[in-house]
Design a protein around this ligand. Structure first.
Ligand SMILES: Nc1ncnc2[nH]cnc12
Ligand SMILES: [Zn+2]
Length: 357
């Protein structure tokens, strides 16, 4: 007997969940590097891998089933980053992601990139940024998908290195081309408060810079509190461990602080055993806004739609629950108000088109 709820999806539910307008807020572009493209780029760029690294894309994909925690995954993810060398590589990577999700009802996406994974290898931030931006411009023209680019700092790097990275990105931050600042990588040994001065420094360059941070993925709910108090973030990436503290839950609900939840990621990285263990129903009941995201889809077995479908299989939500999720994802987006209005209208059309469930 199956230990976890697993509801069979109706055709109506799959069609509805495919069409519902989606906004993604938690997507590492380096985490969209599919094993096949990884090996193609390695060959093109003459990159060799450490001893013991898989030698075929099939073997590499299989190895992703055996991560035992976040660090295990990050060790492989950073090796993967090394194959990205030219602006064209970042463009192709981003275009491949955007093209895929354009068929999954994605309308707006906020893309993380990790400059330090690339500047440490001698690439410039401009090269990385320009490649990503070119693909974003192309998808806007072709499919009308809107994007924002968020630069993440690696919390395992030194404060000096993070500070230098802000200096390197200064022009992009000042011009608003980098729309937001985030914080990722190994969570537990590096709590948010270590980065207080860095966040202040970045915000001082452009008061319009939006702020977020990974917190409450592996770290406990106190990481969410310190990210809010010390970094002044407006959003929390992951944040699922907020459920351990009713005070944190009340604060998220009262201040409408959106969590960017990543269901399949949480299973592959063993935050939970199964998506049904996530506090999705509890967040809905407590009015905690959240969006559903793919995190590093090439590593975690699915893109945004796969995450939506898995949540439905495990929680059997109603169409009205999905309207709340989609509305909160639109309202929590960092696009302009006009775009939000457009997306809300699109949601209403999709709500009217499908039968209730
Ligand atoms: N899920 C995750 N948590 C922390 N850092 C990351 N970098 C890429 N994916 C990440
Ligand atoms: Zn992440």
């Amino acid at each position: 007997m199956c230990e976890f709820p697993n509801h069979e999806l109706s055709e109506n539910q799959v069609a509805f969940l495919t069409e519902i307008p989606k906004c993604e807020h938690h997507l590492h572009i380096e985490g969209t590097l599919e094993p096949k493209l990884l090996f193609q780029l390695a060959e093109k760029n003459s990159i060799t891998f450490p001893q013991g690294f898989p030698t075929t894309h099939e073997e590499l994909a299989e190895s992703y089933n055996h991560f035992s925690n976040l660090q295990d995954f990050l060790d492989v993810y950073y090796i993967g980053c090394n194959v990205l060398i030219s602006e064209e590589d970042f463009y192709l990577l981003t275009l491949e992601y955007l093209t895929k999700v354009s068929k999954q009802g994605l309308k707006h996406t906020e893309i993380f990139f990790d400059p330090q994974s690339h500047t440490a290898r001698g690439l410039t931030i401009d090269l990385v940024f320009n490649g990503i931006q070119r693909a974003c411009d192309e998808i806007l023209a072709k499919k009308g998908i809107t994007t924002k680019i968020i630069m993440c700092l690696l919390r395992h790097c030194t404060i000096e290195d993070c500070s230098e990275t802000i200096d390197l990105a200064e022009h992009l931050i000042k011009e608003g081309k980098i729309h937001g600042l985030g914080l990722d990588s190994s969570e537990k040994p590096f709590p948010p408060e270590l980065f207080e001065q860095i966040y202040l420094k970045a915000k001082a360059l452009n008061p319009k810079l939006r702020l977020t941070a990974h917190a409450g993925e592996e770290g406990d709910s106190s990481y969410i509190t310190t990210a809010l108090d010390k970094l002044n973030v407006e959003r929390i990436d992951h944040g699922v461990r907020s459920i351990e503290d009713p005070k944190v839950i009340a604060r998220l609900a009262k201040n409408k602080i959106m969590l960017s939840v990543c269901p399949l990621s949480n299973v592959v990285l063993r935050v939970v055993k199964n998506v049904s263990e996530l506090p999705i129903r509890k967040f809905l009941d407590a009015n905690v806004p959240f969006s559903i995201n793919s995190d590093d889809p090439a590593y975690f077995g699915g893109y945004i739609l796969d995450n939506y479908l898995e949540v439905q299989r495990r929680f059997n939500l109603s169409k009205k629950d999905w309207a709340i999720i989609a509305t909160n994802a639109i309202l929590g987006s960092w696009c302009d108000e006009e775009r939000k209005t457009e997306l809300l209208l699109n949601l209403e059309t999709v709500m009217n088109k499908f039968e209730d469930f």
